[in-house]
Design a protein around this ligand. Structure first.
Ligand code: F6R
Length: 617
């Protein structure tokens, strides 16, 4: 969590860094800060509790000129979000500045040691400890800054992406990472450089970027090629310069009031992008290099273990139904945070699939490392290109959903399901569990999904009306069965995280084992009752709710007449195969949460206490 960015070059640094922070704000928004140094080595540091906009209004009344700057937007870990704990932090001499994303776990013992040597601390943060450790290492050994940072980091336990500079050397930034992402943008002829948690702060300036790897430190000096060293063994690393495909429109709101709404509406396009070049309906095949290259492993897999967190975990649950139904491969879906601390039984014939939008989730990353250490083949499904998970896995498939900026995941979910469906269909067809004709039929129907979502989005205003009725409900239940049980969980998560209404998702039949006690005339219950999915059973569940006076919002297949007579509200979705229906049933649930949150005056794109990229455990 936390977003960091910096600039070193010939332009005014502050406007670049503050705009960059705005783009990185999805990573944390408890507080923000910026430090700027000019060629006369004059330095100004501003920080404040609150959002980047609050910081902007403070800085703009003051001096912010200079060609070197670092900025930070924080999701608090150590120390409450206040002005003092905000980054950047300075060393005791005032000469070194740092921004940091991550956690220094052994900061307390380092702090005690530094205190005994006379250091004092203004904040409660682990980061201020780190910058003083760097200062102490430099002082003791008379090291150059790069070496001092490197040696200090060998004493640190935890995770970090950092950028550091010395105000008396305003032509150099030292950047390093372990466990938190860091990207370096390189301007023409090494006349300017950018550092950032992702490439969004600098895409209008350069398309050339280096993704720093774990345990790497970069010395970024004006007019010179970047030098990268391994922190622990001091070896040199030849930098790989990647060409960025991201563009500015992708990270702007494009006329929508919120990123979440934009991203909900982007789903038809995002899903088409996910299957483009993979689903070749005219040839009757699914082509996925990452599966084709490892096909023996997949076809011989005795079991698939899916690890993920949050919404990605819900996509994994849909994956379980897909793999078991279409390819008859047993699947276990694990919370990455639980999996990593158990002693899981992993056999060499198991395949582990890790799902992550950001590709940076700390628990998922740790689960991958554990699975690899036990000899498993790990396949990643990520959205962010070049992310840590994408690089840590043995192979993988990108979702190609485009940047997801709203903190609540929407298009990531449906595109993850699309990748899982492609893999399950391909394996099912190859292992003989899915006949050629059924396979062809699925290809055809999957290709129709984007158009169907487009049509479905036109019921937005109807969903807004339903939202207006239930916006003040204190609780809400979501029920679904089979493929749509995970959608019920996802619907509940969406509502609670952005509107702060307490919501729970259940398999519909579980209702009578407890949750039914909650139902009375004030309880809205969202029920997914698609025609091909245990329909009669779900209709019985709806009756049970009705007889207890619960308010029913039913998601049904177009043309449904039975539920219409019982439910208080009907939302119709186009017909498709039940296995593909989560791609459609999810859409109205996303819109319902969105409208309720807006009507309650909540910040839908930046819900309280959350951050987009959970890089701490
Ligand atoms: C919910 C949400 C989170 C993420 C979770 C995993 O809307 O966004 O639950 O799904 O933090 O994140 P990724 O997919 O980046 O690993």
């Amino acid at each position: 969590m936390c977003g960091i960015t910096g600039y070193l070059g010939f332009r005014e640094a502050y406007p670049i860094v503050i705009n960059g922070l705005q783009r990185l704000e999805y990573r944390g928004y408890d507080s923000a800060g910026v430090v700027i140094t000019n060629s006369k080595k004059e330095t100004n540091l501003y920080k404040t509790k609150g959002k980047v906009a609050d910081l902007r209004s403070i800085v703009e009344k003051n001096d912010a000129t200079g060609n070197l700057a670092l900025g930070h937007t924080r999701w608090a870990t150590h120390g409450e979000p206040n002005d003092i704990n905000s980054h950047p932090h300075t060393s005791n001499s005032g000469k070194l500045v740092i921004i940091h994303n991550g956690i220094i776990e052994n900061y307390d013992s380092i702090k005690k040691e530094l205190t005994s040597r006379g250091y004092t601390f203004k904040s409660d943060t682990d980061t201020e400890v780190l910058i003083n450790l760097i200062e102490e290492v430099q002082k003791q050994n008379n090291y150059k800054l790069g070496k001092a940072v490197q040696m200090a980091l060998t004493n640190v336990v935890g995770a970090y992406a950092i950028a550091v500079y010395a105000i008396d050397k305003p032509d150099e930034i030292i950047a390093a990472r372990l466990g938190s992402p860091l990207t370096i943008g390189i301007g023409e002829d090494n006349k300017e450089f950018f550092v950032a948690s992702d490439a969004s702060p600098f895409i209008e300036y350069t398309k050339n970027a280096i993704y720093l790897d774990d345990e790497e430190l970069a010395i970024i000096k004006l007019g010179r090629n970047i030098r990268i060293r391994k922190i622990y063994d001091d070896s040199f690393v030849e930098p790989t310069i990647n060409a960025l495909k991201l563009n500015l429109e992708q990270i702007e709101k494009g006329g929508f009031e919120h990123f979440m709404l934009k991203e909900i509406h982007e789903q038809p396009h995002a899903i088409s992008n996910t299957y483009r070049g993979r689903l070749l309906a005219d040839k009757g095949i699914i082509k996925m290099g990452s599966i084709d290259n490892n096909i023996a492993k997949f076809l011989n897999a005795k079991r698939i273990i899916i690890v993920a967190c949050g919404t990605s975990w819900h996509a994994g649950l849909v994956g379980e139904y897909l793999f078991e139904d279409l390819a008859r491969i047993p699947v276990e879906v694990e919370y990455a945070s639980e999996f990593r601390y158990r002693n899981p039984i992993i056999n060499k014939n198991d395949i582990v699939i890790a799902i992550s939008q950001s590709g940076e989730t700390a628990d998922t990353l740790a689960a991958i490392k554990l699975a690899k250490s036990k000899g498993a083949f790990v396949f990643g499904i990520c959205n962010v290109v070049g992310s840590s998970i994408a690089r840590e896995t043995d192979s993988g498939a990108y979702t190609h959903a485009g940047p997801e900026i709203g903190v609540a995941s929407t298009k990531a979910f449906t595109t993850q399901i699309t990748v899982l469906a492609l893999i399950a269909l391909k394996l099912g067809n190859l292992n003989g569990e899915l006949s050629n004709s059924a396979f062809q039929d699925y290809l055809y129907k999957l290709q129709l999904i984007p158009k169907k979502i487009e049509n479905l989005l036109s019921i937005n205003s109807k969903i807004e009306e339903i939202a207006a009725i239930y916006k003040d409900a204190p609780n809400c239940l979501y029920l679904g069965r089979g493929f749509n049980f995970p959608v019920a969980l996802e619907g509940a998560l969406k509502l609670k995280e952005i509107s702060y209404i307490h919501a729970e998702g259940y398999p519909a039949a579980e209702m009578k084992h407890g949750p039914i006690a909650l139902i009375d005339e004030s309880m809205p219950v969202v029920v997914i009752a698609t025609k091909k999915g245990h329909y009669e059973k779900v209709v019985s569940n709806i009756q049970e709710i009705k007889s207890r006076k619960g308010k029913i919002i039913a998601i049904v297949t177009e043309g449904d007449t039975t539920v219409k007579d019982i439910a208080d509200h009907i939302i119709e979705i186009p017909d498709t195969e039940e296995a593909l229906s989560p791609l459609l049933t999810t859409i109205p649930l996303q819109l319902l949460s969105y409208h309720i949150a807006v009507m309650r005056g909540c910040n839908v794109d930046q819900p309280r206490n959350l951050a987009k990229s959970v890089t701490v455990e």
